[in-house]
Design a binder for this molecule. Structure first.
Ligand SMILES: NC(=O)c1ccc[n+]([C@@H]2O[C@H](COP(=O)([O-])OP(=O)(O)OC[C@H]3O[C@@H](n4cnc5c(N)ncnc54)[C@H](OP(=O)(O)O)[C@@H]3O)[C@@H](O)[C@H]2O)c1
Length: 357
């Protein structure tokens, strides 16, 4: 097992990204040590740097999405062996951040990946898929019966579903899959039509994924509502999902019939959100007692969902320079310059690590 590795770290709250060397951790009970072949970027990482939220311990190693090979197996772990190809859901704590060459992973949120799936594709899955799943299926979210359980499959046949931000990574898992018209979580639940908002440049892509209709995300609210009503033939919309999230809850909630539910990716829901959608339910992806259980259940079912193709990865773009390329990728995300694609870095392509942490 290697003892030293290259890592990307955030020096301090609102600090800079630096590449350095650090010790490799040893997996404890229930954990795996993963050689990270690919790690994906998420908006949370630039938000942590810019807004100083979520993380209090610095220097911090971020990154929560990775795929790679099992390097070592901790006590009590069953079902994994050294050399297995896996994807993992990381955490924003030093040992479990994925912006490093070797990360610790909880075995409960690690799964073996199919032979025909690349590490880059697999790394696009964990956080965005989990977020879509928690928003739609956790009791603290919309609380639908999960589409990966028999009780949830096809349960909402013929009911319309409107997704704001079909091209976000979360939206793509909420809506559809890249290589054939198999819709992912929403499709598995049977929703139809599935109406997504996006830039017109992503319309063909989203339709190829399985969205039934794509509306320009720049449409004024009255035009959007008229278009949705035309598509649904007046069938009430009981569920919408804002994956962006839009600055105003009122906008996405307006498509809902009275009593309808707006699922969002907001990490907290307060009275201002509720006041903006009177007579409707607004939910987010929040800390809840049920959240871990829902996530573990999803990860139990994930190997089968990946093998069957019911859940497929995002399109990916590989950043040059290994860990050193991540800062520029996050800056592009912050500026809204990444459209319909997941940015991925290869930590082992990192050439230079001048600092020791
Ligand atoms: N609460 C949680 O636990 C949690 C977890 C994960 C993510 N999140 C949040 O969820 C959001 C989505 O994350 P992500 O990784 O999926 O994002 P992402 O892939 O980086 O999102 C980029 C996409 O956003 C779309 N977009 C931007 N403004 C839009 C608008 N007004 N209407 C429709 N689409 C718009 C763009 O679509 P076009 O290219 O089509 O314009 C672009 O492709 C972020 O705010 C993230 O912080 C929350």
């Amino acid at each position: 097992m290697p003892t030293e590795q290259k890592v990307l770290f955030l020096t301090k709250k609102h600090g800079e990204w630096e590449v350095g060397t650090a010790e490799v951790s040893t997996p404890g009970p229930g954990q795996l040590l993963i050689k990270v072949e690919a790690t994906a970027l998420n908006p949370a990482e630039w938000k942590i740097q810019v807004f100083g939220v979520l993380v209090e311990e610095y220097p911090a190693i971020l990154g929560v999405d990775a795929a790679g090979t099992v390097e070592a197996v901790g006590e009590g772990v069953t079902g994994f062996a050294v050399g297995d190809r896996v994807l993992i859901r990381g955490y924003f704590v030093k040992d479990k951040g994925t912006f490093q060459q070797y990360a610790l992973a909880e075995a409960a949120v690690s799964v073996r990946i199919p032979k025909n799936m690349t590490f880059d594709q697999a790394a696009s899955i964990p956080l965005a898929l989990t977020t879509a799943a928690l928003a739609l299926f956790d009791p603290s979210g919309a609380g639908l019966p999960p589409s990966w359980e028999e009780s949830g499959r096809g349960k909402f046949a013929g009911k319309p579903f409107v997704i704001f931000g079909g091209a976000t990574s979360v939206g793509q898992y909420g809506v559809s899959s890249p290589s054939d018209p198999t819709i992912q979580l929403a499709k598995l639940s049977g929703f139809s039509p599935i109406i997504a908002t996006a830039s017109p440049s992503n319309a063909n892509y989203l339709c190829s994924l399985g969205a039934t209709h794509v509306l320009d995300r720049a449409l004024a609210l009255d035009v959007l509502l008229a278009e949705v009503s035309k598509i649904t033939g007046g069938t009430p919309v009981e569920l919408a999902f804002d994956t962006v999230p839009l600055p105003s809850v009122e906008f996405p909630a307006s498509v809902l019939a009275p009593g309808g539910t707006l699922a969002t990716v907001w990490p907290a829901i307060d009275d201002s959100h509720r006041a903006a959608a009177p007579g409707k339910k607004v939910v987010g992806v929040i800390r809840s007692t049920s959240r871990d259980a829902t996530m573990y259940r999803l990860f139990e079912k994930l190997p089968a969902l990946l093998e069957s193709g019911d859940v497929k990865p995002n399109r990916v773009e590989i950043l040059p320079g290994g860990l050193a390329g991540i800062a520029a990728g996050l800056k592009r995300m912050e500026k809204g310059e990444v459209s319909g694609i997941k940015l991925v870095a290869h930590p082992h392509e990192t050439l230079w690590a001048p600092v020791r942490i």
